[in-house]
Design a protein around this ligand. Structure first.
Ligand code: CA2
Length: 138
């Protein structure tokens, strides 16, 4: 059984509760429950943190044992050399995900410290971006 984990960065705990025009009206937990049921043959974990160092610690923890990491580092995508370095340092492949199309938004969202060391990037498909990333590992 494939062991995958979704790691979400800052403010993604507010999904479904704020800015539904950009990020949709489903909470991540609701979405995650649906996806888990849809892929019973995938051992799927979920972790969210608003703290950069905690995300780096989680990447270290899962980055040598899991089969795949689906990472939405949220705003840290555009700022964090530390998360970028962690993605480079670990063995488990990382697929970078974004709910919104970051390239159709402000210029500062066009930069990613994750992309250079990601296996691939899925963005702009709403929460379905996560599902497409899961499928890329199957
Ligand atoms: O589109 C994405 O998935 C982003 O990673 C989301 C980040 C943003 O900074 C990136 O540029 C693109 C922001 C996540 C904030 O999530 C919220 C959810 C609900 C309400 C408010 C914020």
């Amino acid at each position: 059984m494939q062991k995958l984990i979704i790691i979400n960065g800052p403010n993604l705990n507010l999904l479904g509760k704020r800015e539904p025009n950009i990020y949709g009206s489903l909470t991540f937990t609701e979405f995650f429950d649906t996806v888990k049921k849809k892929y019973p043959n995938v051992d799927l974990d979920y972790y969210q943190s608003n703290i950069e160092g905690e995300i780096i610690d989680k990447l270290h923890e899962v980055g040598f044992g899991h089969d795949g990491i689906i990472l939405n580092a949220a705003a840290y995508t555009h700022t964090s050399v530390g998360i970028g370095d962690a993605v480079k340092a670990i063995e488990t492949p990382v697929v970078e995900v974004h709910i919104s199309n970051t390239f159709s938004r402000e210029e500062f969202r066009h930069q990613s410290y994750v992309s250079p060391n990601a296996r691939g990037v899925v963005l702009g498909f709403g929460l379905q971006s996560y599902e497409l990333a899961i499928q890329s590992f199957l």
